[in-house]
Design a binder for this molecule. Structure first.
Ligand code: SF4
Length: 750
């Protein structure tokens, strides 16, 4: 039956000589008599509805009968690509999730992970009702309870704590969904109204983001689609084959067009395999490499003096600007630090310089791997200076892209309503140090002991560093923990209440991206499964239980979607097409105009200098530099396993089957020196803990560095641990980010 108020465009997938538009076909015997004959072509095959516009104010809903429908959405995961999705729904059931071919950035292609989204959504272990803990914390023993009981009890517990001190309540969330609505919209309102502690959400990109902001002015850069035209691409701290697939399409096209691809990464990743060259530097030495490249540009005068003079700040300073700093970094000095041949550094500088001489575009795809070390912010600054030195920004296919998220005109204040703080200024805790903070007593400096933790869109027991301490904190008998989740994760095992959240197929949301510059809308494709509710709805209902009567707690999810961009993005276009490109120039900094205080690319940052920090980028050795310890002689990095996304998808059986089991990659020299054979179980340890894992002796690891692929759920590891048992809670130079790849260990045969 056709639904009142809906417009239908019916597509027949079989080429049987379709009728001209407007031509009314004869209805064949057996065809659904309630469909307008003008709606499409009658065939004996089942038609598929590809364009569906619901009546204003309602979500897309399943079509009755035998019609399938496709609903437009957006991938919610922490990935630069933010793909546009098309979900096929038949009889109220999502049967397929695919890329929207109309969205150029997606190009109809999804990664292996999200193309299995129906398997994840209908997973037999999906949480579909509220659960209350019945066994000891961490045991995973729960009983089902009704929403009324769960929300009533949670509200009562939070009210009692808030009556003493609302800062004893801490939200803990990150990018489990990148959606603005199911992320921090209603949740932000709730915690602001409550006066809870604030959270520094720094676990991924804080150092790089701050480094970029100090140099370019914001998280902005090249338009990703123009990498196709680049002649030289440095893929730096990134494995796009595994985690930035849609950029990789452009890089491959550039390669076909004759571009040279260079991968800079301690690990010989799947991307490194496919590049012309791999520079396997030691973790945490990227700034030294960048400064040595500058050294060569200066020595050979491969410099765009006009661009430097007009559009940069801090090249020639009386006390020594970036030029003088770079001249202190000969390729030999950098080679010593980075553990790569000086000639390889010279050759890379020559490649970059040749592009300048030939007026060809050279570009850098920088990603977040390289900034998860002590000097990650400075390394980002140093690398972000390179394109300005040769005027690479003059080309639309030249420059650098780390994150494009700063280009999106999101109105976060409208979503999160900081005015609800009403003048209060609660303390801020850093999500990196949750292990220590959960174990801290009340003090004048720290404030109240953490008494309640509300976790959503995150799995800190698996992903936060030094997880031995994180677990100890979550085990505290006097800590009240609520977890909003899809699955019984490591963190959910420690909850007092687990509340079932909807997946992206079941709710509204609106998205920005950090690897392209299109805004996206996500419509619900199916009704919530079981008793699951959208995060925003859970916080809305909790707010009501807490007696928060402000009208903003009544805003619906679609209204929140509209508020996210206000009038900056045409919401009707999002409704009609699912995406909308931001109106941005093709070559954003061809004529300078950086969003810094000076309007220039700031080699020297007066803002950093005012904080007593070095105003110029410099190489800062790791907290735990390679070779600094006889006891723990190996550096460890923990890049993502290809078929997982942080700790998401670990429980999707087909993806887990592809990954097999937790692995530590180790170079043959290091393995041989320890009598370790491929496939054997080893102990990886340092002063923070121990992790048992199967070793893979492999050239993917460079000598002196082991790669602990992550992030597996702890409960699936050999001893109920994962690689974060070993990582530290220390912070980066800028942005107070994590130092997951700044970690020394020893490895022994088990
Ligand atoms: S995880 Fe990334 S590549 Fe995969 S569908 Fe989502 S946005 Fe696209």
């Amino acid at each position: 039956m056709a639904r009142a108020g809906w417009r239908y465009l019916v597509f027949c997938p079989v080429p049987l000589g379709c009728l001209a538009p407007g031509q009314v076909p004869a209805r064949p015997a057996g065809a659904n008599p309630q469909l307008s004959p003008g709606a499409g072509n009658w065939h004996t095959v089942r038609p598929m509805l590809i364009s569906l516009t619901p009546p204003q104010g309602t979500a897309a809903a399943p079509m009755p009968g035998s019609l399938a429908q496709q609903v437009r959405g957006a991938c919610p995961h922490d990935c630069p690509d933010t793909c546009a999705l098309l979900t096929t729904v038949e009889g109220g059931v999502a049967t397929r999730v695919q890329g929207n071919p109309a969205h150029a950035q997606t190009g109809g292609v999804l990664c292996n992970k999200v193309s299995r989204y129906t398997e994840r959504t209908y997973h037999p272990e999906r949480l579909l009702q509220p659960l209350k803990r019945t066994g000891p914390k961490g045991s995973g023993q729960f009983e089902p309870v009704g929403w009324d009981e769960a929300l009533g009890d949670i509200a009562a517990r939070l009210q009692a704590i808030a009556a003493r001190d609302p800062e004893a309540i801490v939200p803990y969330s990150y990018a489990g969904t990148m959606g603005q609505v199911q992320g921090e919209a209603m949740a932000g309102r709730f915690f602001n109204r409550l006066g809870a502690s604030r959270l520094e959400r720094t676990i991924c990109a804080a150092a790089g983001g701050e480094g970029l902001a100090q140099t370019l002015g914001a998280k902005v850069g090249m338009r990703v689609e123009f990498f196709t035209e680049s002649r030289l691409i440095l893929i730096w701290g990134s494995n796009p084959v595994g985690s930035n697939l849609h950029f990789w399409r452009h890089a491959q096209q550039a390669k076909k067009n004759g571009a040279r691809l260079v991968c800079i990464d301690p690990r010989r990743s799947e991307t490194a395999d496919k590049c012309h060259e791999h520079i396997a530097l030691r973790p945490g030495t990227d700034a030294a490499l960048a400064l040595a490249l500058m050294h060569e540009l200066v020595v050979h005068d491969w410099l765009d003096h006009d661009y430097i003079a007009r559009h940069t700040l801090g090249w020639l300073e009386p006390g020594g600007g970036l030029r003088a700093r770079a001249l202190a970094w000969s390729p030999e000095r950098a080679a010593e630090v980075c553990g790569v041949p000086a000639e390889q550094i010279r050759a890379l500088a020559r490649d970059w310089g040749r592009c300048f001489l030939e007026q060809q575009p050279a570009a850098i795809r920088l990603n977040y791997g390289m900034q998860r070390v002590r000097g990650g912010g400075n390394a980002t600054r140093a690398i972000a200076c390179l394109p300005a030195l040769t005027g690479a920004w003059r080309h639309r296919a030249g420059g650098l892209l780390m994150s494009s998220s700063g280009a999106f005109p999101l109105d976060r204040a409208a979503l999160q309503r900081p005015d609800l703080l009403a003048g209060r200024s609660p303390r801020t805790l850093n999500m990196i140090t949750i292990g220590d903070d959960l174990l801290r007593p009340a003090s004048a400096g720290f404030g109240p002991k953490v008494e309640a933790l509300i976790v959503y869109n995150s799995n800190p027991v698996a992903v936060a560093p030094e997880s031995g301490k994180v677990v100890q904190g979550f085990l505290r008998g006097d800590l009240f923990t609520v977890v909003l989740e899809h699955f019984q994760t490591d963190t959910a095992d420690y909850a007092d209440y687990v509340l079932p959240a909807t997946t992206q197929l079941e709710h509204w949301d609106v998205h920005a991206a950090y690897g392209h510059t299109d805004a996206l809308l996500n419509r619900p494709a199916i009704a919530p499964l079981g008793q699951a509710k959208p995060n925003a709805q859970i916080f809305r209902e909790l707010a009501a239980r807490m007696g928060f009567t402000e009208p903003c707690f009544l805003d619906g999810d679609e209204a929140l979607c509209r508020a996210a961009y206000g009038d900056k993005v045409d919401f009707q276009q999002l409704l009609d097409h699912g995406f909308a490109a931001l109106p941005l120039p093709e070559a954003p900094f061809a004529e300078g105009g950086f969003p810094t205080p000076s309007g220039k690319c700031e080699f020297f940052s007066a803002r950093l200098a005012a904080q007593g920090l070095d105003g110029l980028p410099e190489h800062l050795p790791n907290h735990e530099p390679a070779g600094a310890s006889d006891e723990f002689p190996l550096a460890m990095i923990s890049p993502p396993a290809r078929n997982f996304l942080n700790s998401t998808f670990v429980n999707v059986k087909t993806l887990r089957a592809m990954e097999g089991e937790p692995l530590l990659e180790m170079h043959p020299e290091d393995a041989q020196a320890r009598g370790i054979a491929s496939g054997s179980v080893v102990r990886v340890f340092n002063a923070r803990g121990e992790y048992r894992v199967k070793v893979q002796v492999s050239g993917r690891a460079r000598p002196g560095v082991v790669n602990g692929l992550g992030i597996w759920w702890r409960k699936l590891g050999l001893d109920g641990t994962n690689v974060n048992q070993l990582t530290s809670q220390r912070l980066t130079d800028l942005g107070r980010g994590p130092v997951f790849y700044d970690c020394l260990v020893q490895v022994r045969a088990d």
